[in-house]
Ligand binder design. Sequence first.
Ligand code: HEM
Length: 455
Amino acid sequence: MKNEENRLVQIHLIAALTWLLFGMFAGLSLAYRLISPEAAEFLQNIPWLNFGRMRIFHTHTAIFGWLSNGFIAFTYYAVPKLTSQPLFLPKLARSNFYLTQLAILLGGIGILLGHAEGVEYAEAPWWADIVFALAFVFTILCSIGTIFKAGLSSQLYVTLWYIILGFSFTALNFIMANTIVVHVAPGAAGAALSGLWIHNAVGLWVTPMGVAIVYYLLPVILQKPIASHKLSLIGFWTLAILYPLGGSHHYFYSPVPWWLQMMAVPLTSALIFVVYTVVYNFFVTMKGSWSQISSNISLRFLAFGIFSYIITCTQGPFHALLSVQQVIHFTDWVVAHAHLALFGVFSWWIFAFIYFAWPRITGREILSQKWAEWHFWLMFIGFFLMYYIPDTIAGLMQGFTWLRGLPFIDSLKASQPFWIPRAISGVMLIIGVVLLCLNLYYSQPQAQKNGSATV
Ligand code: HEM
């Protein structure tokens, strides 16, 4: 049974990394096309490779292929351990792996062939949605089913709370987006609901699953309990209650009712509290153990993810100020912010999980600590210095150019110097992930490694 569970985690991780590479190549093609008029023409005459379809393919593969497979792998790893129960319906979980990949593949093909639906991050056509919804329900059955089989109690570790939250809210949210938003709600009402979907996909899928990883890995790696279990549960309940209500902040200055936009301001600001429960727990638990981040690559990805989490979540309430919105709305500032969250935080926490779990599920150590270091530094320099900072500046240039009423082309010219490093960063990030994949592919049985790897 244990071997079957390990194999399941392993294949979901392999699928996650494969989708990540597809997504990154798509992202690179977008970044490249934005650096000059000549590059913009690149492949533009092939309909299924044009910018519009590639952009949706990029977000589809990143969110559903990479992040979601990573979270499912983590769930199948952590749930049996935290409940001391074997996975519920393991055969279903195994066949469901193929159904999940089929759903993501169908969604990707549908998008590239031009069948995208008009709801951001839920663009996959309805026939792919049905397969994905079915696969998601089966995943819930196997994972949450294991928790229920073990029996719900007040002693449930916080990681399990977050996993239950992530899966149950997301099932409802996915169905809402792909039925009501796509087919029923018209105009501004549909826009408000689609804001809710995007917001909850990040806040009630990606966030709880990412935080679940931190709360699991931190005490296990450091071999000590988290600083405050009570605070972690307060953070959990405030996320569950406050988060769903602030989604209309995606539609400031739009035809969505003004009271709904106004309501989003205090609710978004209140979320800072949720964030700091995690941050407090992280820093206090880390006390006296900081030196370990130099030798433990898993802990290092976790720690740098926390720093990005502080920045991105402090930006969030700041974005909810209408005066700030006047400058940044529709600009690249938002693109940089989105990557800081999904890449700089949650992808880094999944990398932390991969380095942690791979030796434990395969009995094999990564081939080279040096390659792991290269992976980290390519991510660090490639992302923060070459992507996040230049793209944030490009966003400000665009916002101020538009506010001054200058021609649109001026904002493109002002952005260009900052888009060039972003295209270069794409190459660095891809090399980093390829190094990670090679490190796992050539991993060696633990006995043969003579204890050289420290992750
Ligand atoms: C090689 C790495 C990557 C590059 C070069 C890249 C580049 C890009 C570009 C150029 C855009 C379109 C911006 C626009 O339309 O103006 C974009 C959008 C987006 N990317 Fe990436 N990306 C990369 C990796 C990722 C990863 C790993 C994720 C998620 C885990 C991600 C999530 C997103 C999201 C959510 C958007 C939409 C942002 C928005 O609408 O505000 N990207 N990316």
